[in-house]
Ligand binder design. Structure first.
Ligand SMILES: [Zn+2]
Ligand SMILES: [Zn+2]
Length: 442
């Protein structure tokens, strides 16, 4: 490169740098956030790369299913970062962890997060492990959506769920999820015998909420430990996942506590709840000052306290979640965190993506599809089996799940247009698909 060209490039670069500096200096939280997350100092140290304006090049956005993980890489995707009242921009708590060995894990599955998960187009057999931190709906309210919808979209293995006990059995995960399955009796009974039913099985593991950094999952080189959280009532926990010398820690909900400070120390990616600042709880959420102070500082972790926790544990990347991340609330959260913490920070929103290796943590947003269908199947589906319907009837203690004479008697005859569909399928596939016999109303 000749001197003039180099000078020109440098000036352009300098202008960009100055602009970026103005952004950072401007009292605009959103741009400040971006600068922090993507590391302005790193950017300033880089050479301006020469790119062709017409050739394909690496993008700054994560497009699901376009990048294979390296064998030693971890990818974490926020599928929910908001509050109990879900909104179009943010579902409630849910983080997906994907590992280079092919394993995938969901940590919390709050209301609204199933749609986010579907946008990633991951075969549902791989989304069969869920770890619940506590039983607030903003942390497990989409479990039944993943359970039923995931099976319908191709999961043909049981859904495995881990969660803590409570002070009494009635406050534990097993109690809640047994009753969730009872709640779904009508749903399940109506599906048995109509579709591949193998995925409609939930395998629940409840563990003692008082375990202190004890492993509850050890498979395929992955160890997941649990330790107590302080939130709402007894029976909330946090999780740490260790694999390949990388450590991911997820608080679920908690007030700052000694276990988190000890067991998250020096981890690579640490996700901890961080609540909306008290003034915004009053102005935006219409809390009374008394409630705002209580909920914003005592029940949850205030941004200043989040910062203090992160200053102590010094993660390679601190991730704050559990607040509505808007241009006019994020500044308050950010400045309060920065009053107690000056390390690497992501103020998360839905579809933020972290690629974690020993050398680097890359933070981007995902660009996802909205009109998703079933992702590829990880294992072939089986035709429906009428025995599933019989078994379901037995389980429910009813003689039959067939329609009553009353409802069957309401059928309006469209057989003349449905029969040809069976005939067409039989002809096209060279296999006999007999038209179902309808019993005559008695
Ligand atoms: Zn909670
Ligand atoms: Zn919560």
């Amino acid at each position: 490169m000749n001197r003039r060209k180099r000078l020109l490039k440098y000036s352009v670069y300098l202008a960009a740098g100055v602009t970026f500096g103005i952004w950072l200096a401007a009292p605009n939280g959103g741009l400040k956030m971006l600068g922090d997350t993507f590391g302005p100092s790193m950017a300033l140290a880089q050479e301006t790369p020469e790119v062709s304006p017409v050739k394909a090049r690496e993008r700054d956005t994560y497009y699901p299913n376009s990048e294979d993980l390296k064998p030693d890489e971890m990818r974490v995707i926020a599928c929910g970062t908001g509050m109990p009242t879900t909104r179009a921009a943010q579902a409630a708590a849910c983080f997906l962890v994907e590992l280079g060995n092919g394993d995938k894990f969901l940590f919390d599955i709050g209301s609204g997060s199933a749609e986010r998960i579907s946008s990633l187009q991951i075969p549902y057999n791989y989304l069969d492990k869920v770890f619940i931190g506590h039983l607030h709906t903003d942390h497990f309210g989409a479990l039944h959506d993943l359970f039923i919808g995931g099976a319908l979209m191709g999961r043909n293995v049981p859904l495995r769920v881990w969660g803590p006990s409570g002070a009494v059995p009635e406050l534990g995960t097993a109690y809640a999820l047994d009753r969730m399955q009872e709640m779904l009796s009508w749903d399940l009974a109506g599906r048995a015998g109509n579709i591949d039913f193998r995925g409609y099985v939930m395998d629940v593991t409840e563990f003692d909420y008082k375990l202190e950094n004890e492993p509850i999952y050890e498979e395929n080189g992955v160890v997941i430990r649990t330790f107590p959280a302080i939130h709402s009532i007894d029976g909330s926990v946090s999780y740490a996942l260790e694999w390949n010398d990388l450590k991911f820690v997820f608080s679920s909900d908690t007030y700052p506590n000694k276990w988190f400070v000890e067991y998250a120390k020096d981890a690579d990616l640490v996700i901890h709840e961080c609540f909306i600042a008290v003034p915004e709880l009053v102005s935006k959420m219409k809390f009374t000052p008394e409630s705002a102070l209580q909920v914003g500082t005592q029940v949850h972790t205030a941004p200043e306290a989040f910062g203090k926790v992160m200053s102590e544990i010094k993660p390679r990347m601190a991730v704050a979640y559990h607040f509505f991340n808007d241009f006019d609330t994020v500044t308050g959260v950010y400045e309060r965190i920065r009053s107690t913490y000056d390390g690497p920070l992501s103020l998360s929103e839905d579809f933020m993506v972290w690629n974690v290796t020993k050398d680097d943590i890359r933070v981007r947003m995902a660009a996802t599809e909205e009109r998703t269908w079933s992702p590829p199947l990880a294992a072939p589906a089986e035709p429906p089996n009428v025995d599933d319907k019989t078994a379901m009837a037995e389980k429910l203690g009813v003689e039959t799940l067939d329609f009553s004479d009353f409802v069957a008697g309401g059928v309006w005859d469209v057989e003349d247009v449905l029969r040809p569909i069976y005939e067409q399928a039989s002809e096209a596939l060279g296999q006999d698909f007999p038209y179902p016999e309808k019993s005559e109303p008695k």
